[in-house]
Design a protein around this ligand. Structure first.
Ligand code: BGC
Length: 871
């Protein structure tokens, strides 16, 4: 076993390993996964210094087997890593999901990421993060497996876009950073995921027969779109990162030295640890060298056979010299330092729940065939008053797309007829389907790992009934065969849905992505709307949806007076909606993506999923920077509803000024050199450090880091003989690099966050009747004549006002950093400010990407209203 590790890498104990050694499939020319070695040590950023010195003290006392034990999960169904109990380092509990605590009782089912993004409200996004962090802490988890910013939302049909915040890098970035801040302030380590390019679910995973698809992304697009939210997350100190299932430019993300070593750890200066996505780890030595620090959930691709690519294999690979000890020390130090950084060495609660059962008692060794039974759930209620935050997010996300003749809000005295099964909670119960892998009743979240159990689901029909007890409810998705002719005063409210989720489940023919339903409403919802609109003269459509829908067959029908997107509201789907419908509050949500008139208004690379291909499926990002509104603007295609669109019951005026803050140079000032990092002995440790403890009772299918004495001894003999037999990848080196010019701190060169311009915007509620909150969105237009092709406008910051009474004003301030004015120069490998020498940037201020009427010019410092951007 040990000898084979030398030749093939540490995966060789699995008979399935052969799939890994097949050469990479070719990717289109120009898409490169360059080697980047060695893995940069962590610890050189000042704010992590204390955590790293504590970690150094602890790690230097660990044996080899203790070290390899904490770098891996102990097997699927465990959710935990191995421990070094002797030294007080516990198993770490890693738990989904991006919208709360998954697979647990007594938690809040918060609105999904896409809903949170639609609030465009930084305070609310942060408050949701705090609440999620509190719930994770209360349940005793160590690591929150969120937020998700990859997928970014490039493909409208993509299955997991709803876990993230919307199809724009800045919206994703700001929302992720605030979520991370909120969560981590509670002593919980957040995980930014999935690095990177996981823009569709189909063919995402490597398996013994086929590699995961290759997301082919060029360098500039990587930096300016897909990496942007990761950079902002690292900038606020995210503690862990998860690699994606797929490949990028031909190389699997879990062992992608350029992405992990080069981009994440060196350029972005990431100080935490990098974990693999579940069962995506396909090699042993290669992934270690490429910078992976934690192997989750510990098993090989095919779980439950007691095989791991690391654990005992990693012990062996260190003893035989394939994996340099400094690499293992760095992995372990990163994990331990992160644990210290978030104070988890002090009074951090231990997990008090089991993901495997909701009963009090359950299997103590869930992956074993035979296991003792004992108490596994303590039913700790962590909900506090978080329903209030959940409700506020659900409410302030509701996006009013259309409101003909100010038809909404409704009066409680009106005669209401409600259609659509989505108005009511699933009659089998809101948690009837595992991982919410069904679309029945109110749709509060998509499906897969990114869900939580509902403690209850406040459904729309209950909330409407509270206000209008006589409401008629037709609990059907097809228009009743016999339906009395409505009176002209009857108002119909039609609920429609569109669902999506993770590839591990197929729902109504959709295998994660919306590959079968596409952009149509499920359950013939569009037909229901059309039929209702034939009979009723006033129809309101409410959509619970993971993303954009094709509204064309009914949206222009004059009977359809109003269209509201609830997105995915989580447990608070009822009151949040009723508050808007009946005008207790004005809607203030804005679209976190564009809705086109035709799916092929986007190019094929965006509009369609990549289907089966022999070998590796290629998903080439040929549209480059031009996704969502960037593409539509460039091609002069008018969408049905543009990114950022969202109506209110009132109206607002915007009055802006612009203030220069920091004078910029072409590139950021030179970075500071890296600070010191922990120093350990690099001697191969004695084989005895990996021997099984005497009398140890092994449980089948659990993963351990110990070796039989004979295996450990022979690996050690090879290691100290110094015969290098491992077939190191090309470009391999063991000499630490100083790091690129674009780096220098967490997220990149610290000067990238210098504020270049500040734009205070005074917003006034110009309506007479309704209070409301305004969204202030700031888009940048680059100077003319620069040698870079740039999208016409790009979102760079946003703010939201408080509730403004008619006539009331508030000044909010949006900011533009050096990075916001930069482009990624692929030759210089740095962020360049093409207009640093006084060229005119225009900062567009407004309430949607297609409602930008105020232009602020950076060269003159003047802001003018009544302008329209050149789109
Ligand atoms: C998902 C991750 C998730 C993990 C653990 C994977 O299938 O892609 O997002 O965190 O499972 O459940």
């Amino acid at each position: 076993m040990a000898y084979r590790s030398l030749v093939l890498g540490a995966f060789a104990s699995s008979s399935l390993a052969a799939s890994v050694v097949t050469p990479r499939d070719p990717v289109p020319p120009g898409f490169v996964a360059a080697p980047y070695y060695p893995a940069p040590y962590g610890g050189w950023v000042a704010s992590w210094e204390e955590a790293y010195s504590k970690a150094e003290a602890l790690v230097s006392q660990m044996t080899l087997a203790e070290k390899t034990n904490i770098t891996s999960g102990i097997g699927i169904f465990m959710g935990n890593t191995g421990s070094a109990e002797r030294l007080g380092f516990p198993r770490l509990c890693l738990q989904d999901s991006a919208l709360g605590v998954s697979s647990a009782d007594n938690v809040t089912a918060f609105p999904a990421g896409i809903t949170t993004g639609a609030t465009f409200d930084k305070k609310l996004i942060y408050a949701r993060g705090v609440a999620i962090g509190e719930e994770h802490r209360g349940k005793g988890t160590n690591v929150y497996l969120g937020p998700s910013v990859g997928p970014l939302g490039r493909k409208p049909l993509g299955g997991r876009n709803w876990e993230g915040f919307g199809s724009d890098p800045v919206l994703q970035a700001k929302a992720a950073a605030l979520t991370i801040k909120g969560v981590q302030e509670q002593g919980i380590i957040a995980t930014i995921k999935h690095l990177i390019g996981n823009e569709q679910e189909m063919y995402r995973m490597y398996n013994p027969f086929q590699p995961g698809y290759s997301a082919n992304i060029d360098d500039r697009t990587l930096h300016e779109l897909y990496l942007w939210p990761f950079a902002e997350s690292v900038h606020v100190g995210v503690g862990s990162a998860m690699t994606a299932y797929n490949a990028v430019n031909g190389s699997a993300c879990s062992q992608h030295s350029y992405l992990i070593n080069g981009i994440l750890k060196d350029e972005l200066g990431f100080q935490g640890f990098v974990m693999s996505d579940w069962l995506s780890h396909i090699s042993g030595v290669d992934s270690a060298l490429a910078g992976l620090d934690m192997n989750m959930p510990g098993d090989t691709n095919i779980p439950l056979f007691g095989f791991s690519n690391w654990h005992y294999e990693l012990s062996s690979s260190v003893l035989n010299g394939s994996v340099p000890l400094d690499r293992l020390n760095d992995m372990v130090t990163r994990i331990v330092a992160t644990w210290y950084k978030f104070g988890q060495d002090k009074d951090h609660p231990r997990p008090n729940f089991s993901s495997n059962t909701r009963e009090r008692d359950g299997l103590l060794y869930p992956a074993a065939l035979l296991s003792p039974i004992g108490q596994v759930n303590w039913f700790v209620n962590v909900q506090a008053d978080h329903y209030l935050i959940a409700r506020e997010v659900a409410q302030d996300a509701i996006t009013l797309l259309k409101n003909n003749g100010s038809f909404l809000p409704l009066a409680t005295s009106q005669s209401l007829h409600v259609f659509g099964t989505a108005a009511q909670v699933n009659p089998d119960g809101p948690n009837a389907c595992m991982n919410r892998a069904c679309n029945k009743g109110t749709l509060g979240m998509g499906w897969g790992s990114g869900v939580a159990d509902y403690p209850y689901l406040d459904d729309p029909i209950s909330a409407i009934r509270k206000r209008v007890p006589g409401v008629k409810f037709f609990n059907t998705d097809s228009f009743p065969w016999f339906h009395p002719t409505p009176s002209p005063d009857d108002i119909a409210i039609v609920f429609i849905t569109s669902d999506a989720g993770e590839n591990s489940f197929t729902v109504e023919g959709n295998n994660g992505d919306r590959n079968s339903a596409k952009l149509a409403a499920w359950h013939n919802g569009d037909e229901l709307v059309r039929k209702v609109a034939e009979k009723y003269s006033s129809v309101i459509v409410v959509a619970q949806t993971v993303g954009p829908l094709d509204l064309e067959s009914w949206v222009d029908n004059p009977a359809v007076k109003g269209v509201l997107f609830q997105h995915l509201p989580g447990q608070e789907a009822g009151e949040s909606l009723a508050n808007i419908l009946f005008g207790d509050v004005s809607p203030s949500g804005h679209l976190p993506y564009s809705i086109t008139k035709r799916a092929d208004d986007f190019p094929d690379s965006i509009a369609n999923l990549r289907g089966f291909a022999f070998g590796q499926v290629q998903d080439t990002f040929s549209e480059g920077l031009y996704i969502d509104y960037r593409w539509l603007n460039k091609e002069k295609i008018k969408p049905r509803f543009a990114f950022g669109h969202g109506l209110s019951y009132t109206s607002f005026s915007f009055d802006a000024t612009i203030e220069p803050v920091t004078q910029l140079s072409l590139v950021p000032p030179p970075r500071a050199p890296k600070g010191p990092t922990p120093v350990y002995s690099t001697e191969i440790p004695p084989a005895s450090e990996a021997y099984w403890p005497t009398g140890f009772n092994r449980i089948w299918r659990y993963l351990y880091s110990w070796l039989d004495k004979s295996d450990a001894d022979s690996a050690y003999a090879i290691g100290i003989a110094g015969v290098k037999k491992y077939n190191y990848p090309s470009g391999y080196s063991t000499v630490q690099k100083p790091g690129p010019a674009a780096g220098g701190g967490e997220g990149g060169n610290p000067a990238l966050w210098d504020i270049a311009f500040r734009v205070p915007v005074t917003v006034k509620n110009t309506g007479a009747k309704f209070s409301g909150r305004a969204s202030v969105q700031a888009y940048i237009q680059y100077p003319e004549g620069i040698p870079y092709d740039t999208p016409i406008v790009q979102l760079r910051d946003f703010e939201k006002t408080k509730v403004l009474a008619p006539g009331e004003s508030e000044t909010v301030t949006v900011e533009l950093t050096r990075k916001d004015l930069s482009v990624w120069d692929v030759e210089l490998q740095n962020w360049v400010v093409p207009g640093f020498d006084g060229k005119r940037y225009t900062v567009w201020i407004g309430e949607a990407s297609d409602r930008l009427f105020t232009a602020c010019y950076t060269d003159t410092g003047v802001c003018e209203g009544g302008k329209a951007p050149p789109v």
